[in-house]
Write a protein that binds this ligand. Structure first.
Ligand code: SF4
Length: 319
């Protein structure tokens, strides 16, 4: 039997598809992966993908709307961008991921926990995964020299300090790439984080200006950090006051932290869409953010004076 796996838009190896691959191979089926690489950004050109015929076809979609660009007969769709309630068969979930379908990958990916204790309005995690709970051991995830844990709120797990201790003691080179909840930091877990063989920046979130006071308080536990070793996801929605976005970015720069702008999809339809594009281009390019102010960045990025002046005005009015 020929099994086709379509990865519509994952930027990292897709765990569900890797598990389906392992399961079908164990049944003696021929498995083929096709990556479509559809972009998240709604303003980017998206080309429709017509799936070739197969006896069974699965497609995983991470970003909303991308399923519309995958065409074919009897495709079994799933993924956060399609339907939160669809899960892979329980038999497939028992298998270790088959990394061989992503031959250029050199990193293990996995979840020690699923779920979250919080309920942020823009986030699908609590709806999809429920309350925080442990689903796997560190050992069961590590298959490469580098590991990226996809946990959404590892610090919310009551036994997270034991897990961090294990990472330290085993010198596992890793990162929690979905972010850590800075509101749950204390001197003990911060000390453990500082001792982990960490990949890149420590990522937290500054999703709302109202968290400034608690973030400032918790930063006291992070005195070990080097300049720009902390990165904060900065969620933006057009209905948020612009001043609360600009102030978060200014605060991060003043505190030698990096922002990573996460735009809600509605930003592209907003009257300030160009401003949001400029902000993301500035903040998400580390070398530019570190070395220049936003106004200088705009002058270098655009020739159109009107565009430059509008973005500058929105920034200055909201400082
Ligand atoms: S803390 Fe993070 S994972 Fe939890 S609900 Fe909020 S955004 Fe989602």
């Amino acid at each position: 039997m020929k099994v086709l796996l379509i990865d519509a838009d994952s930027v990292i190896p897709n765990i569900a598809l890797m598990k389906l691959s392992a399961w079908h191979k164990s049944l003696g089926n021929n498995v083929e992966l096709m990556r479509v690489n559809l972009p998240y950004y709604p303003n980017r050109k998206k080309t429709t993908f017509v799936a070739p015929s197969a006896d069974k076809t699965y497609c995983s979609v991470v970003f909303d709307g991308n399923a519309d660009y995958i065409i074919g007969d009897n495709i079994i769709f799933g993924g956060t961008g399609f339907d939160l309630t669809i899960k892979i068969p329980a038999e497939a979930d028992e298998f270790d991921p088959d990394y061989s379908i992503y031959p250029n990958n050199d990193t293990s990916y996995g979840f020690i926990t699923r779920g979250c204790i919080r309920n942020c309005s823009f986030c699908k995690v609590p709806k999809k995964e429920g309350y925080i709970h442990k689903v796997a051991s560190v050992e069961s995830i590590v298959r490469h020299k580098k590991v990226k844990f996809l946990d959404n709120n590892i610090l919310a797990l009551p036994e997270h300090k034991e897990i961090l201790t294990e990472l330290v003691e085993k010198n596992i080179k890793c990162q929690f790439n979905q972010g850590l909840d800075i509101r749950l930091l204390d001197s003990e877990n911060s000390d453990l984080l500082s001792k982990i063989n960490y990949i890149g920046e420590y990522i937290f979130a500054f999703d709302n200006w109202k968290y400034k006071t608690i973030i400032e308080k918790k930063m006291n536990f992070l005195s070990w950090r080097r300049p720009y070793q902390l990165k904060f996801f900065v969620y933006i929605h057009p209905e948020m006051p612009l001043a609360e976005t600009v102030k978060r970015i200014v605060w991060l720069k003043e505190n030698q932290c990096l922002p990573y702008i996460m735009r809600d999809i509605s930003c592209w339809e907003s009257e300030n869409s160009n401003f949001f594009v400029d902000l993301a281009a500035y903040c998400n390019q580390v070398h530019l953010f570190k070395k220049m102010e936003f106004s200088v960045f705009l002058e270098k990025r655009h020739k159109n004076k009107e565009r430059i002046e509008k973005s500058k005005r929105l920034w200055n009015e909201n400082l």
